[in-house]
Design a protein around this ligand. Structure first.
Ligand SMILES: [Zn+2]
Length: 711
C-alpha cells in the first residue's frame, strides 16, 4: 500500500436495509460520522466521493412484503424513498445514493460473481436444505420456525432463537414449520457456491492485507482477530430464494446471490452510476465554447476503485465488521483488480432511554419524524449524536440529555457568544468590523487576550488531529472549546462596560471576537453544516475557507456584517415531554399487543407420563462467568448435590455473573448434553420469559437442599 497522502478518498457508509426508516442509532453508527469526515476532507479541498444507497435484497424484505401483503419491490420503493429524503433533509451529503435493485447494480454484481466463478474461486457444494413442498421452494433460515432446542421457545427461527439468543441452524429446530405455508418442510439436496474463506485466509495476500488492522480502531481489531483465530469457514455466496440478483451461471435456476455478496458491490455500482451522471453533466457543461465551462473532468472509475493512490474508507456499525473487514476484502482480492480498504471505522451501538433500539418494537427516534417535530433543527441532533457517539463502546440517547446538551452547550455557549458579538458590533460600530487604531496597553486585558488566543489555537490544533484520527466526539468537544474561550474573553473583559471608559481597547476586543466567530463558522462546517452556512451569512462572509482557519485576521477591518439571527432555540420542557410521552405509549402498546406473541398460545396437551420424563432439580449456582465472544451466554457451575454441572445459559443480558452466584435455580437435569461454542452444557435452567426481552430464573421460593426434586 501507498503510505503517502492519498490522492483521493472514496468514502462509503453502510447501505441501510430497505425494510424500515432511518433512526438515530443508524445515524450515530455510521452516517453522521461518515458525513463529518467527508465534509472535513472536502473543506480541505480534497477529492472525495461519498457513496451510499439502499440495500434492497435479502430475506427480511420478502418477509416484510408477505406480512404487509405487498410485493418486495413495493417494500423497497417505499423505504428507499423515505430514507433518501430523510438523509437529504438532515444534511448527509452523499455524492450519490444508489439502490441495489438498479440494473447497473444487477449487472455489476453478476459480472463480479462471474469473474470469481471463471477464476475457479468458488467451491461448489451440495448440501441438504429444508424445502417446502407446498410452496415449492427452498426455505431461507428465517423462513423456518420451530421449537428452540435450548429454551423451548416455540417461535425460534432457523438461524437464531431470539428468546435465548442461541445461534441455530434450521436442522436444530424441533418440529420445524415453513413460514410460507405452515407445512413441515423436507430436507432436499441443493447446490450452492461457497467462498473458501479458510483457504483465502492462508494466502500471502490476505496475510499482507491484515497488517492494516494495526492502525484501525480496537473494536475492529478485536472482532477480526477473534474471527481469524477461530479460523474462517467457507460461506455460501448463493441462496435458494426468488428475491435478489440471479446467479449468472448455468444450473443455478431459482438461486440468487447472497445478500452480503451483492450489498457491498453496491458501493461499486453506485460509483459507476454517479460517474455516468457526472460525465454527462461535465460533457454538457463543456461542449461548445462557453467561457464559463470549467470544472475538472471527473476521475475515471479505475481511478476510484483500482488505483493505489485512492484511500477506500468504509464507515459501518459494529454488526457489519466481518463483512467489511474480511469478507468483502476477500472478494475484492480474489477478483484481482480492486483496491482494499484503507480503514474501516466502525461504531458500537446507541441505545435509547435504557433499552436497545428496535425497528420491530418501534423503539426508536425516527429521523423523518424528528425532522417534522424539530423543523430546521438538524444541527441540534447532529451535535448531540456526535457528543454521545458510540465510538468505543455502546452509549445512550435520552431526551433529557438532548435538552441539556442543546441548552447548556449550543444555546448558552456557542449561540450566546455569537449573538453577543453580533449585537455589540451592531450597537458599537453599526454592524462593521472595527478598525483598530491603537494596540492594547492594559496589562490585564493583554493577559485575557493572550489566554484566549492561545486556548483557541490549541483547541483548533487538537480538533484537526482528532478529525484526522476520526475521533469525532473529541473533535467536536474541541470545537465547542473555541466558543467557550470566546465567551470567557468577553466575560473577563466586559466590553459592554468598558466601552464607556476605554473605547479604543474595546475595538481590539471586538475585532478579536469577530475573528473567533469567523473561525467558528469555518470549523463548524464538518459538524454543524447548517449553522456554518447561517453564521457565514451573518458575517457576510460566504467565502470563508478552511485554509484560513489559523489566520489571525480573517475578516478585514471596516467590512460590513450581515443580519444577526439567533443560532439555536432553547429546547422547551414541553417538547421533551411530547417525545417521552410518545415513547411511553409505544412501551404500553408493546405490552398490550406483543408482536407474534407466544404468551397467549398454550402448547398442545401432554400426558402425565410425558411430564414425568423430565428430571427437574434444585441447584445452586457456584460460579458464573461470561463466555468470550458470546454476548448472551453465561457459563455457570451449578451444584446439584450429587454432582456439579457446567451449564450454559443465554441470560447474560439479564444478569451480571456475580448476581447469580449463590442463587437457587431449577435445572432440567436429564436434558441431553449439548456443545455450544465448544463448551459442553450439561443441563438447562428454567426461566420465566416474555417477548419483551425479559428472562428471569425460576427457583424455589424458600431455601431447600440442593438436589431436591421439582415436581
Ligand atoms: Zn431458545
Amino acid at each position: 500500500m501507498n503510505n503517502s497522502e492519498p490522492k483521493r478518498y472514496l468514502v462509503t457508509a453502510a447501505l441501510p436495509y430497505a425494510n424500515g426508516p432511518v433512526h438515530i442509532g443508524h445515524l450515530a453508527g455510521c452516517y453522521l460520522p461518515a458525513d463529518i469526515y467527508v465534509r472535513y476532507l472536502k473543506a480541505q479541498g480534497k477529492e472525495v466521493l461519498f457513496i451510499c444507497g439502499s440495500d434492497e435484497h435479502g430475506v427480511p424484505i420478502t418477509i416484510k412484503a408477505k406480512k404487509e401483503g405487498i410485493t418486495p419491490q413495493q417494500v423497497v420503493d417505499k423505504y428507499d424513498g423515505i430514507m433518501k429524503n430523510a438523509f437529504k433533509d438532515f444534511g448527509i451529503d452523499f455524492s450519490y445514493y444508489g439502490r441495489t435493485s438498479s440494473k447497473t447494480h444487477h449487472d455489476t454484481a453478476q459480472e463480479f460473481f462471474r469473474t470469481l466463478y471463471d477464476k475457479g474461486v468458488f467451491k461448489e457444494e451440495i448440501t441438504k436444505q429444508y424445502y417446502d413442498e407446498e410452496a415449492k421452494q427452498f426455505l431461507a433460515d428465517r423462513y423456518i420456525t420451530g421449537t428452540c432446542p435450548r429454551c423451548g421457545n416455540p417461535n425460534a427461527y432457523g438461524d437464531q432463537c431470539e428468546k435465548c439468543g442461541t445461534t441455530l441452524s434450521p436442522t436444530d429446530l424441533i418440529n420445524p414449520k415453513s413460514a410460507l405455508s405452515g407445512a413441515t418442510p423436507v430436507l432436499k439436496e441443493t447446490k450452492n457456491w461457497f467462498l473458501p474463506m479458510g483457504d483465502i485466509q492462508q494466502s500471502d495476500e490476505f496475510q499482507e492485507y491484515i497488517k492494516r488492522f494495526e492502525g484501525w480502531k480496537s473494536n475492529i481489531k478485536g472482532q477480526c482477530s477473534s474471527w481469524l483465530t477461530e479460523g474462517l469457514q467457507p460461506r455460501a455466496m448463493t441462496r435458494d430464494l426468488d428475491w435478489g440478483v440471479p446467479v449468472p451461471i448455468d444450473g443455478a435456476d431459482g438461486k440468487v446471490l447472497y445478500v452480503w455478496f451483492d450489498a457491498p458491490i453496491g458501493y461499486i455500482s453506485a460509483t459507476k452510476e454517479y460517474l455516468q451522471l457526472a460525465a454527462s453533466n461535465w460533457q454538457l457543461a463543456n461542449t461548445g465554447d462557453r467561457p464559463e465551462a470549467s470544472g475538472q473532468k471527473p476521475a475515471a472509475f479505475e481511478d476510484w476503485w483500482q488505483n493505489d493512490e485512492t484511500a477506500l474508507i468504509h464507515f459501518i456499525g459494529k454488526d457489519n465488521i466481518v463483512f467489511h473487514a474480511i469478507i468483502f476484502p476477500m472478494m475484492l482480492m480474489t477478483h484481482g483488480k480492486f483496491i482494499l480498504p484503507t480503514n474501516v471505522p466502525a461504531n458500537e451501538f446507541l441505545n435509547l432511554e435504557g433499552d436497545k433500539i428496535s425497528t420491530s418494537r418501534n423503539w426508536a427516534v425516527w429521523l423523518h419524524e424528528y425532522l417534522v417535530d424539530f423543523p430546521n433543527r438538524q444541527d441540534e441532533l447532529r451535535y448531540v449524536l456526535t457528543s454521545i457517539a458510540p465510538e468505543t463502546k455502546d452509549s445512550e440517547f435520552t431526551w433529557k440529555d438532548y435538552q441539556t446538551r442543546v441548552n447548556s452547550e449550543l444555546v448558552s455557549i456557542f449561540g450566546n457568544f455569537v449573538n453577543r458579538v453580533l449585537v455589540l458590533s451592531n450597537k458599537f460600530y453599526e454592524g462593521k468590523i472595527p478598525a483598530i487604531t491603537s494596540a492594547l496597553t492594559d496589562e490585564r486585558l493583554l493577559t485575557c487576550r493572550q489566554t484566549c488566543l492561545d486556548s483557541i489555537a490549541q483547541s483548533l490544533h487538537a480538533m484537526r488531529e482528532d478529525l484526522d484520527a476520526v475521533k469525532l466526539r473529541d473533535a467536536q468537544a474541541e470545537f465547542i472549546n473555541v466558543a467557550r474561550a470566546g465567551n470567557k474573553y468577553l466575560a473577563d473583559t466586559e466590553p459592554w462596560k468598558l466601552i464607556k471608559t476605554d473605547a479604543e481597547s474595546v475595538k481590539q476586543i471586538m475585532f478579536d471576537a469577530l475573528q473567533i466567530c469567523a473561525k467558528l463558522a469555518i470549523a463548524a462546517e464538518p459538524f454543524l453544516p447548517h449553522t456554518a452556512t447561517k453564521l457565514k451569512a451573518m458575517l457576510a462572509a460566504n467565502d470563508l475557507h478552511w485554509s484560513s482557519l489559523f489566520n489571525e485576521n480573517i475578516l478585514k477591518e471596516n467590512r460590513q456584517l450581515g443580519t444577526a439571527e439567533i443560532l439555536y432555540k432553547q429546547v422547551e420542557d414541553e417538547e421533551i415531554l411530547k417525545q417521552l410521552t410518545r415513547l411511553e405509549n409505544i412501551k404500553i402498546a408493546n405490552i398490550q399487543q406483543p408482536e407474534a406473541s407466544s404468551l397467549n398460545e398454550v402448547k398442545a396437551d401432554i400426558t402425565y407420563e410425558d411430564f414425568e420424563k423430565l428430571d427437574l432439580r434444585v441447584g445452586k449456582v457456584l460460579e458464573a462467568e461470561k463466555v468470550p465472544k458470546a454476548d448472551k451466554l453465561l457459563k455457570l457451575i451449578v451444584d446439584l448435590g450429587f454432582e456439579k454441572r457446567t451449564i450454559l445459559s443465554g441470560i447474560a443480558e439479564y444478569y451480571q455473573p456475580e448476581e447469580l452466584v449463590g442463587k437457587l435455580v431449577t435445572v432440567v437435569a436429564n436434558l441431553a448434553p449439548r456443545k455450544i461454542r465448544g463448551i459442553e452444557s450439561q443441563g438447562m435452567l428454567l426461566m420465566a420469559g416474555n417477548d419483551f426481552g425479559k428472562l428471569y430464573s425460576v427457583g424455589p421460593e424458600k431455601d431447600i437442599e440442593v438436589g431436591s426434586v421439582v415436581k
